[in-house]
Ligand binder design. Structure first.
Ligand code: URA
Length: 267
């Protein structure tokens, strides 16, 4: 006899509650709140909750999607933990090789693994979200944050946060090619916004984009007849990469506010 498939409890609960986070000051799902506060990254938080190691307001909570809010008291393994919502942002100098994906079917390694391996223990409890994507072979500035609102801000099509890339290309782009890059050209997914383009060397183009479409730099340079041989990102907003390859540092509040134009607000 076929066994009836049961919908997992967490899924039922999530469906009942809808896709949005719970409302109210500081409200969030328990798992996400733990990852944001640096108590446990989301996958570990979910496991700890299922294992009965997490108490909410004095009761063991086995529901990863349980709502929590300002004033909720949480204990993990018997130790009280604050669900702080402070925005943290790290710059990481991505080497060529790892993918900016959670899944890694080819087994080449992910930037999340690379970052975690160099972080001190007090920063390993956060769930770190990559702010946008870089191709596997692209090096340079990749930002990580514990706050998904910052990811949305930085990657939203209407934010127009400038991103500066340096590309070594085939051939030597003439002024006419740079003009096309500056004025905008039409790719298969539509016209590009005007960009800044200058030569740093006869075969090295510095290109600043205020949008972030898939493989955009490579597609733009290929479209003007100069395919990219190597690509590096130097800056996002006014935040300029200043750590060695494979290294990281935390951004200051001023860099987050002024360099990235992000104001967390008071939700
Ligand atoms: N544009 C690209 O083509 N690749 C990147 O990694 C980033 C921007």
């Amino acid at each position: 006899m076929a066994r009836k498939q049961r919908t997992p409890r967490w899924l039922e609960a999530a469906r009942r509650r809808g896709p949005e986070a719970p409302a109210g000051p500081g409200a969030d799902w328990l798992t996400r709140a733990l990852g944001r506060a640096g108590v446990l990254p989301r996958a570990e938080a979910e496991q700890a909750i299922r294992d009965g190691r997490v108490e909410v307001d004095g009761r063991v909570e086995r529901e990863p999607f349980a709502p929590v809010g300002e004033g909720t008291r949480v204990r993990v393994d018997g130790v009280e933990r604050a669900l702080t919502r402070h925005v943290r942002v790290l710059m990481f100098h991505k080497p060529a090789g790892p993918v900016v994906h959670g899944s890694d079917p080819e087994g080449v390694g992910t930037v999340f693994e690379r970052l975690r391996a160099v972080l001190p223990p007090e920063l390993r409890g956060f769930e770190w979200y990559a702010v946008g994507r870089l191709d596997r072979d692209t090096t340079g500035l990749l930002l990580f944050t514990n706050d998904e609102r910052l990811v949305r801000h930085a990657t939203a099509p209407d934010t127009h946060l400038p991103k500066r890339y340096v590309a070594r290309v085939e051939g030597q782009p003439p002024e006419a090619a740079l003009t096309r890059l500056r004025e905008g050209l039409t790719l298969e997914d539509g016209p590009t916004r005007p960009a800044e383009a200058l030569l740093r060397a006869p075969d090295v183009v510095a290109l600043t984009l205020t949008e972030g479409r898939h493989h955009q730099v490579k597609r733009m340079l290929a479209a003007v007849g100069h395919p990219v041989l190597a690509l590096h990102r130097e800056a996002v907003g006014r935040v300029v990469l200043d750590v060695a390859e494979g290294a990281w540092r935390e951004l200051t509040e001023a860099e987050v506010a002024e360099g990235l134009g992000f104001q967390p607000g008071a939700d």
